[in-house]
Design a protein around this ligand. Sequence first.
Ligand code: ZN
Ligand code: ZN
Ligand code: ZN
Ligand code: ZN
Length: 261
Amino acid sequence: MEDVTMMGMEVFNCLACYLPLRPPIYQCSVGHFICCSCHDKLPAEERKCSTCSAAISQRCYGMERVVDSILLPCKHGCKKKIAYHHKAEHERNQCRNRPYVCPVSGCRFSGTNAQLLDHFTARHKWKTKRFVYSVAFDLQVQPGYHLLRGGDGRVFLLNMAPPESLGHAVSLVSVKPIGRGHVIRCSVGFSRFSGHYQVTWLELGSLSRSDGLLAEYFFVVPKVSNGDVVLTITIDDGKLYEEDHDDDNYKDWEDEEVTYD
Ligand SMILES: [Zn+2]
Ligand SMILES: [Zn+2]
Ligand SMILES: [Zn+2]
Ligand SMILES: [Zn+2]
């Protein structure tokens, strides 16, 4: 189906830059089309068609209506029909079904949320620590990735970066999307020396889908020359106070904004 509808779509590409045409669209007197950015790049007196050298004379409103009205299916299988000129952007950055990519630089894995989680343990051999919500636990960390699994099956990814001038930047995100209105908070404490203790509170976000980047780093622990940093972590899931829910099976997520109600 997609192959059929994608056939011959090059006629809707700009003849100068070969990108899909989107309004506004210009044409030469012979009827070759060029896109707005190619049109605007040329000074008015040099606006000649790259194909036939005829003057580029006018906007083509008919072609603009055509490119806006031809809708194509999304390659990730979401229900949306997308204009050809918007398809690449939708599939790369907007589609709710677009795959997750592994955050490890150089690793090119992409897949569903559940496949990504399997990949973390099977391929990267990251250890998983189980924890109970709202109960503080200690985690000995060295630079790298660590998985934390809550009682409801939700998995969090903690990354401690290699040391920089200020220390180790640490980030913590949920691997699975967190539904709208669902708040998961976390406190992380550590001690630099006897008598010192520092705690950071944070509302957790989830793993970014398109670039695999973790949410921004949220705290820095001092450099450790030898041994591990011991972090004392408490994760509170706002939903758990409201109701019990069984969310232990990792399905493909049809809808990122699914709530559990
Ligand atoms: Zn162009
Ligand atoms: Zn032309
Ligand atoms: Zn889509
Ligand atoms: Zn990977």
